[in-house]
Design a protein. Structure first.
Length: 296
């Protein structure tokens, strides 16, 4: 990444050796490290209901009841919402242009609203916590189709360094008369360990269970440590999800190389095409997209 280091930036310790040392550090050592570096504990939003932000910037008029020819889902972590103009440019060009659903992470409310306004989308956004610069930090779902229900899901295993909490944002979309359950995910970094991140993923799957046959889970799963990608895919597969973005390759650039961190999993949908847009988009993450056959 090419930006100044922030005190609460978990990516600052993503070199494999650093991650291993942090995973085995006892609690007192983590607390001591917090005092020595001057990094405060995170301010989390613990309320199940909010804060919540939403808006609808779609073209006014009757809602279409016609089924689309296909359904395109994009997931994009915008790195602290720092380069919104670049993100809008990226989301406005092929193959991302016209996406039906965009799952976004590391967002604040103003940035989500601006992107939705520029692209003509409805949205729902929940912040998970507050950064040291007082900006909110959370997940959003943007949709070309009506959002008829939504909620925030708290994920287990707060970051032991800053006590930062992660969340998922769930939304029910009405896509031409078919209800589609969607989730925007931002799992913790490897500092919580693979078991912790698998627990987080399972919490999301549990929250979606029984809500309908068509489900899409998309986001940043932070699978940078060895073996975590395979275990994450295995978990979703065992729970009936297909790895819809399989084979797209690395989705993040870092000083120590590329990582596959961002995925789309689906149930009840057949992927037709998938890819990563590696052109500049205002983030160290690259947008991942999947086009599904429709109707399901």
């Amino acid at each position: 990444m090419h930006r100044s280091l922030k005190c609460n930036d978990a990516r600052a310790a993503e070199a494999p050796g650093d991650l291993q040392r942090l995973r085995i550090a006892p609690p007192w050592a983590l607390l001591l490290l917090t005092f020595l570096t001057g990094c405060p504990l995170a301010e989390n939003y613990s309320d199940e209901a909010g804060p919540r932000y939403s808006g609808d910037h779609r073209t006014p008029g009757p809602v279409s009841t016609e089924a689309p020819a296909s359904l395109t889902v994009v997931t994009f972590n915008l790195a602290f919402s720092e380069q919104v103009t670049e993100a809008i440019t990226a989301l406005s060009r092929a193959p991302l242009a016209g996406a039906d659903v965009i799952a976004m992470q590391e967002m604040d409310a103003a940035s989500v609203d601006r992107i939705a306004r520029e692209l003509g989308l409805a949205y729902v956004y929940y912040p998970a916590s507050v950064q040291v610069d007082d900006d909110d930090f959370g997940n959003a779902l943007l949709s070309r189709w009506p959002i008829i229900a939504d909620r925030k899901v708290h994920l287990p295993h707060d970051d032991p360094y800053h006590q930062r909490r992660r969340i998922a944002v769930l939304a029910t979309l009405d896509v031409g008369g078919t209800r589609v359950q969607t989730a925007s995910v931002h799992n913790a970094t490897p500092i919580v360990g693979l078991g912790g991140r698998l627990d987080q993923a399972e919490t999301i799957i549990d929250a979606l269970e029984g809500t309908g046959p068509v489900q899409v889970v998309a986001g940043d799963f932070n699978t940078s440590d060895p073996g975590s990608l395979r275990q994450m895919v295995k978990l979703f597969s065992e729970r009936g999800f297909q790895w819809a973005s399989e084979g797209v390759g690395d989705t993040v650039d870092s000083v120590i190389g590329g990582f596959p961190l961002d995925f789309v999993f689906a149930q009840g949908l057949a992927p037709l095409e998938r890819g990563v847009d590696r052109r500049p988009a205002g983030s160290d993450h690259h947008p991942v997209w999947v086009r599904f056959a429709w109707p399901p």
